[in-house]
Design a protein around this ligand. Structure first.
Ligand code: HEM
Ligand code: NAG
Length: 406
């Protein structure tokens, strides 16, 4: 025992040395990693060809390799933007808010035929490629310059702040295109970015705040929840109310539960749609929004109608029924139209149109079949032999009128 302990003690310094070495190598690795990921510490990286100097530097878009060096005063903003070059176009833009639309952008790329770097200014009046056009709203003290080194592309320009009226520099937009996709040499048009972001920048303190949040998840959730509420729960609940009265009073409870659940979902979808609207500036969703609010108001009235239902035998019950049934049907038809408008606004394409279209077609087939069955049953009251499927009216034949029918 004693001998073994002694042996262990003798081994201890060696073990400690091992731990120390491990720590040291981790530390060295961390140092070299930060040196690699912070190009601002190596100012020598700026090519001497660029005819002006800058004093500040920040890592503009950390997931990508955009680095911005700048010097700002009351009249001139000098900027050198550099990015690791991978055979695409790169861009920095400016706008008064974080949106693309209404902004001006400097786009840089290496012409694949001449091999020369190109730099051009564009104005973005919309999110369609045809709406991103060559422009000269931003005025410079001298022509913007573009340079490439083995792995980096530089765009350098000095903005004449006084002459560039109407251009706000507070928000910076960043984007880059897909590999091998460049502006056309004659029309100057180019294709949508592969990735983009925007930042609110404070030139005095040199700090950037992210202002772009990807609306994709919110947009999808809004779509799925809307389709589940407006496209499944509410219409199926209505189908139950219209065609399943033979199961009295079960149909009524199923109907109420489905409509209440559906209403909760469409309320959530409306709230999501509202915050989505703030995020997707420049997307034309006006009709979708208007119709969405309208059908929501109808749905709210349907809910209050459930609560304010007159007694079954009250005289006004007939009017209530008429109103509740027709407002409900109108809401469902308009909501279906609105789902398609939403898919259109979000450019959801075939996948979304197809999926929702399929749901709609199944529901329509069910409605048509049930409508025919109930019609045949109604007209076949005198000829029991013609009745198909369930006996829709058997419950009501005992003299009492159908309690919840039209
Ligand atoms: C032909 C060129 C371009 C097309 C077709 C285009 C198209 C689009 C589209 C469709 C969106 C919405 C994407 C979404 O919501 O998921 C968008 C967003 C955005 N774009 Fe572009 N874009 C172009 C060029 C640029 C350039 C040059 C910049 C600036 C450097 C830029 C910056 C942005 C930013 C920051 C966003 C997110 C904020 C917003 O939605 O307004 N885009 N663009
Ligand atoms: C601002 O910077 C530019 C370019 O560096 C310089 O020419 C100009 O004199 C400066 N203006 C002021 C007010 O400091």
């Amino acid at each position: 025992m004693g001998l073994k302990l002694g042996e262990d003690l003798r081994r201890l310094p060696k073990a400690l040395f091992g731990v120390w070495q491990l720590l040291l190598s981790v530390l060295l690795m961390a140092v070299s990693v930060t040196a690699q990921t912070d190009p601002c510490t190596t100012n020598a990286a700026v090519p001497t060809e660029i005819s002006f100097s800058t004093s500040e530097c920040y890592f503009a878009w950390s997931q990508q390799s955009f680095v911005v060096r700048y010097t700002d005063n009351a009249t001139v903003l000098s900027m050198v933007v550099s990015v690791t070059h991978e055979n695409r176009w790169y861009s920095i833009g400016f706008n008064k808010n974080s949106a693309m639309v209404g902004g001006n952008a400097m786009v840089v790329w290496v012409d694949p035929t001449t091999g020369k770097p190109q730099i051009k200014q564009y104005y973005m009046s919309g999110k369609d490629a045809s709406q991103v056009k060559i422009d000269s709203r931003i005025k410079f003290t001298q022509a913007p310059q573009a340079y490439t080194t083995a792995d980096t592309i530089y765009l350098a320009f000095q903005i004449d702040k006084v002459a560039s009226t109407g251009v706000s520099l507070d928000n910076q937009l960043y984007a880059y295109g897909s590999k091998g996709s460049f502006p056309d040499s004659t029309t100057n048009q180019f294709q949508q970015h592969q990735s983009m972001t925007s930042k609110l920048f404070n030139y005095a303190s040199g700090t950037a705040t992210n202002t772009y949040s990807d609306p994709t998840t919110l947009r999808r959730s809004h779509g799925v929840i809307s389709i589940f509420g407006w496209g499944i729960l509410l219409p199926v609940g209505a189908i139950v109310a219209r065609y399943c009265k033979l199961w009295d009073p079960a149909w009524f409870y199923i109907h109420v539960v489905m409509q209440v659940m559906g209403f909760v979902l469409v309320t959530v979808a409306l709230i999501m749609g509202n915050s989505l609207g703030d995020k997707v500036q420049g997307v034309d969703y006006g009709a979708h929004q208007g119709l969405g609010i309208f059908v929501f108001v109808l749905a709210t009235l349907q809910m209050t109608a459930l609560l304010l239902r007159p007694k079954k035998d009250a005289k006004v019950r007939r009017y209530w029924n008429f109103y509740h049934h027709w407002a409900g049907r109108a809401a469902l038809v308009l909501a279906a139209v609105n789902v398609f408008l939403g898919i259109e606004a979000a450019k959801g394409g075939k996948k979304w149109n197809g999926s929702y279209g399929l749901i709609l077609i199944i529901e329509l087939i069910v409605i048509i079949v049930l409508e025919i069955l109930s019609f045949v049953n109604r007209s076949g009251d005198d000829e029991p032999g013609l009745q198909l499927g369930g006996n829709f009216h058997s419950n009501y034949n005992n003299g009492a009128p159908p309690s919840y029918d039209n």
